[in-house]
Write a protein that binds this ligand. Structure first.
Ligand code: ADP
Ligand code: GN1
Ligand code: MG
Length: 366
């Protein structure tokens, strides 16, 4: 593996001597490594990633999106005269051919970013301040992209947040039942299907013109934002593969899904899974602190609902993958996708039971 990573790194414009490469992060899709180089006696880090091209089938278009978005944010920060510019947006390292990616001998696409130091991601948020800062950073990211010039961003995965399509895929997987697992999950399937009427609501509001399409991140898992080690400020939004046209709710909903429960996404003890209202409040206030300036009334109104919808949607995806034999998300034990699905559905119940309070809070914030 050492030689393999070293060889891939040699295809990028990185100076100095390769020292090491270690697996990094807990993402379910790509393979990420922290790379260390010795440059004239100083150790420097990079993030090297192998793109999962089973999931991302149009990697060139994806990388064009990522380049446009990071360049745009970079230019904005530069104009604002902020310090430590290279900590506040991902910065691609180019290949010797001047491209923001390389194809390795393994045939996969690889890319490399400057590593952002003195900041880290969290799988579970510990304090309301962390929730506030993370949500503020994601809202700021959307705001930065409101004026992205040029053509519409490429739709990296069509219908990525089309919840009715996700439910249709679940029904198909349940009907086909290729692994013979359906008998274990009838309750989970019923839970989702009994909420099917909610699934198309945001898409309908988009069609009717009430909710506009914007540029969204679409994977605002709380571990996709780096928080500063000292100040806890949101330093940089990362994991930009799914940045594409979307609704703001896809982002806010996923923050609620991943930022409000005190338990991990794959926790097996469901009594530990619930929505902490104070975390929801911090996420809402943090998000509005940077996004209120561009949101319309309907977008605002459906923020609490989005937490429920996106949690149900990802639960649906985990269940579908379980039924299909764990072909999409990386798994590390038997039943892993089912455990993940169950936490999501438990969280949906908890969100539902607090929905009135969530909506009232929104009315109080002006
Ligand atoms: P995945 O698709 O696997 O979730 P990410 O892009 O989120 O990939 O990266 C995985 C982890 O690597 C992140 O959670 C973060 O801890 C770390 N990471 C990624 N990019 C950087 C970076 N530029 N600087 C510092 N850490 C990074
Ligand atoms: C995947 O790559 P990662 O782990 O940040 C998935 C998201 C899911 C998430 C669930 C491209 O995100 O959509 O919400 O897992 N990414 C893709 O944890 O499917
Ligand atoms: Mg990630």
């Amino acid at each position: 593996m050492k030689d393999k990573l070293k060889n891939i790194c040699s295809l990028f414009q990185i100076y100095g001597d390769y020292v090491s490469g270690i697996p990094f992060g807990t993402g379910h899709i790509n393979d990420t490594y922290q790379i260390t180089y010795n440059q004239g006696g100083t150790l420097l880090h990079y993030t090297l990633q192998r793109l999962n091209t089973n999931v991302f089938r149009r990697p060139l278009e994806l990388m064009e999106n990522v380049s446009r978005v990071t360049q745009h944010i970079h230019n904005k920060i530069e104009l604002e005269g902020a310090s430590e510019n290279s900590r506040h947006t991902l910065q691609l390292v180019l290949s010797h051919y001047g491209k923001p990616y390389v194809f390795g001998p393994d045939g996969y696409m690889w890319r490399c970013y400057l590593f952002i130091e003195k900041a880290r991601t969290y799988d579970v948020l510990e304090t309301t301040d962390m929730a506030y800062q993370a949500a503020k950073a994601f809202g700021g990211f959307q705001q930065d992209l409101v004026d992205l010039p040029g053509k519409r961003l490429f739709e990296v995965i069509p219908d990525f947040h089309n919840t009715p399509s996700r439910i249709a895929a679940l029904k198909k997987a349940a009907e086909e039942d290729i692994m013979g697992r359906r008998k274990y999950v009838e309750r989970e399937i019923d839970f989702i299907l009994s909420r099917e009427d909610d699934a198309g609501l945001l898409i309908a509001l988009n069609k009717s013109g009430d909710i506009p399409e914007r540029i969204t991140h679409n994977d605002t898992k709380l571990n996709n934002v780096l928080l500063d080690d000292t100040t806890m400020d949101g330093v940089c939004v990362i994991d930009l593969d799914t940045v594409m046209p979307g609704l703001v709710h896809y982002d806010f909903g996923d923050m609620v899904r991943t930022g409000t429960s005190p338990a991990a996404e794959d926790e097996q003890d469901l009594s530990k899974v619930y929505m902490r209202f104070e975390m929801f409040e911090a996420l809402l206030r943090g998000y509005l602190s940077s996004a209120a300036c561009f949101l319309n009334e309907a977008e605002r109104e459906y923020l609490p609902f989005s937490g429920k919808l996106i949690t149900m949607e990802i639960g649906t995806r985990f269940l579908t993958d379980y039924l299909m034999g764990d072909v999409y998300f990386k798994v590390h034990r038997d039943g892993h996708n089912l455990d993940r699905c169950r936490t999501q559905l438990k969280l949906v119940e908890s969100i539902e039971s607090q929905m009135d309070r969530m909506k009232n809070l929104l009315k109080d914030i002006r």
